[in-house]
Ligand binder design. Structure first.
Ligand code: FAD
Ligand code: DLZ
Ligand code: SF4
Length: 507
């Protein structure tokens, strides 16, 4: 007999390892272990979500006739690691080897490969593109632009295709998307679930063991099985999808979710299947329920961005997370872990992260990520923070978004220019600035928005690298047109502000 490993983010009945094995003779191993729960200080909601979903998935496997050797976090005999548990269970069952689906992180791939037992790793085929397909697409290209990869995924899946042509004649409808924040949001937000008995038990465990971690455990409302995740998806397609495109980049003080799907955590843990989700969105378009700009934009996030970042993670290799081409070395400020800040956009995005283990893409990219990049924070610390605090964070998807897209630490593999902005962009897309202690219109002076000061500071200190970038020429021309005194004032004020940040002064 063989052991079949099912990891916490592999909760899919058609997982390749399960398909390969035999429920009459093989034994499934699942384990809640201290090592996985502590490689970064995960948000308590993320841990509770995974443990509850793991316990419910194990129960379902048993109902389906599998024998499951399940280790709970507080089991006395537990060795505390995935590999330790596999070795212990192999001895217990006299197993001939372990079959598993490729994990989503090099750390675990390497640890499993180094075990003193016979192992058989299978591809994770819950994605649209295999590693080989991504490699074939990327090989020989000067630039790995997502848009071209995405078109191949449209052709491969047939989603929103009219024969060989894209539905409506264009591949991308972003031109119609990304409107500023609306006055009113007519969607009630994600479907919320009352914890069932299994989830309630897990909540008590997590409360006891991870009370010191950053993040609020309760109220806990996530779906914890596929049935609930599907209900949540249907609720969003009905109420959120039609305006998803329009307000994808908007941010509001009083709306944490706007029209976003909040499905990253369910997709990444295996509770929802990416193709199933896209087919349902496409159906909403065919039924006349949601417009093309919304549905195309949404499908692009999933078969485009999600697949593309995975391709980059596995193509670039284990050292990707250590890249730091801009040489940034500032410590991650305390505000990221719950400390105070006067910057309203940061305070709101961080408070929401603490409460929900969620922030939407633009909050991650253009608020907390933009600030970290402008302030020159060590990308490895930024990466660990994002990996810890979001319920949908696993390294294969988080690292390319943080190290590449957000922090430009990979020298532009993902982004053709750094995603930076002054306060202007945040002001345009949100209602944050109206209730901020800083003034977004002030470029210098005591009340000047820190994003305004740091924006020019970033461009000035990285002039050698970016002045020749054709997409950044305009920014440098504006900077160069300012008179010398003004430029000196901006840089000096930015340095003072950063010194206050480093000293832990209220900023
Ligand atoms: P929606 O906005 O409703 O989008 C639908 C789905 O599209 C998402 O659930 C996700 O599966 C997919 N998607 C959208 N954008 C991306 C993207 N850039 N990369 C991969 N998939 C994408 N996504 C994660 O799943 N895990 C992470 O750890 C993560 N970290 C991020 C860190 C930074 C700095 C940035 C800028 C982005 C990160 N993203 C991450 C991508 C994106 O922000 C989240 O997928 C999204 O906010 C999840 O919320 P949602 O389900 O409401 O997404
Ligand atoms: C994230 C996570 C956590 C918090 N705990 C567990 C766990 O106890 N057992 C488990 O099998 N998986 C867990 N995970 C998910 C793994 O860390 C994930 O499989 C790897 O990071 C690869 O993506
Ligand atoms: Fe953020 Fe600046 Fe606006 Fe304040 S003024 S909310 S710091 S962008």
């Amino acid at each position: 007999m063989r052991l079949v490993l099912v990891l916490g983010d592999q909760l899919s009945p058609d997982l390749s390892a399960l398909r390969k094995c035999d429920k009459d003779s093989d034994v499934v191993v699942m384990a809640e272990v201290a090592d996985e729960a502590a490689y970064v200080p995960h948000h308590p909601k993320k841990i509770a979500f995974l443990f509850a979903a793991m316990r419910k998935f194990a129960a379902k496997l048993r109902d389906d006739g599998w024998q499951v050797a399940y280790t709970r976090l507080d089991d006395d005999e537990s060795t505390g690691s995935i590999t330790g548990e596999l070795i212990r269970r192999a001895a217990e069952h006299d197993a001939s080897g372990v079959v598993y689906t490729e994990p989503g992180e090099w750390r675990l791939i390497n640890a499993l490969g180094d075990m003193p037992i016979k192992t058989h790793q299978l591809p994770d085929d819950r994605f649209i593109a295999s590693h080989q397909e991504f490699h074939d697409w990327a090989e020989g290209r000067k630039q790995l632009r997502m848009e071209y990869f995405y078109r191949d995924m449209r052709r491969k899946t047939g989603l929103l295709m009219d024969g060989d042509e894209p539905e409506g004649g264009k591949w991308n409808y972003d031109h119609d998307n990304r409107k500023p924040a609306p006055d009113q949001v007519d969607y009630s937000g994600p479907m919320q679930f009352k914890p069932d008995t299994i989830t309630a038990e897990v909540l008590d465990l997590v409360e006891n063991r991870f009370d010191d971690n950053f993040g609020a455990l309760r109220p806990f409302w996530f779906a914890t099985d596929t049935g609930q995740a599907r209900q949540h998806l249907a609720h969003w397609i009905k109420g959120g999808l039609p305006k998803f495109g329009d307000f994808q980049d908007a941010m509001l003080n009083d709306h944490q979710f706007l029209y976003h799907a909040i499905i990253g955590l369910y997709l990444n843990a295996g509770l929802l299947d990416p193709l199933e989700v896209c087919v349902q969105a496409e159906q909403a378009y065919n039924d006349g329920h949601a417009p093309l700009n919304a549905v195309e934009g949404f499908i692009r996030q999933i078969i485009g961005w999600r697949e593309y970042v995975r391709g980059i993670y596995f193509r670039e290799g284990p050292d990707y997370v250590t890249r730091n081409v801009l040489g940034h070395d500032r410590k991650l400020p305390a505000m990221y872990w719950g400390g105070d800040t006067k910057m309203n956009c940061m305070a709101k995005s961080l408070a929401q992260t603490r409460e929900q283990a969620y922030a939407h893409h633009i909050q991650r990219l253009m608020v907390t990520g933009n600030f970290a990049l402008l302030a020159g924070i060590d990308p490895a610390q930024v990466h660990e923070w994002y990996l810890a605090v979001y319920a949908d964070a696993y390294e294969w998807v988080e690292a390319p978004n943080v190290i590449g897209m957000s922090q430009f630490a990979d020298d532009g593999i993902i982004a053709s220019k750094p995603y930076i902005s002054s306060g202007n962009y945040i002001h345009k897309m949100s209602d944050y600035c109206g209730s901020c202690a800083y003034k977004v219109k002030d470029k210098t002076g005591d009340d000047a928005c820190p994003f305004n000061l740091l924006y020019w500071h970033f461009l000035d200190r990285h002039r050698d690298r970016f002045a020749g970038n054709p997409r950044m020429g305009n920014m440098y021309r504006v900077w160069d047109r300012m008179d010398d005194d003004r430029r000196e004032t901006v840089v000096a004020e930015a340095n003072n502000w950063l010194a206050r940040l480093d000293a832990g002064a209220p900023v």
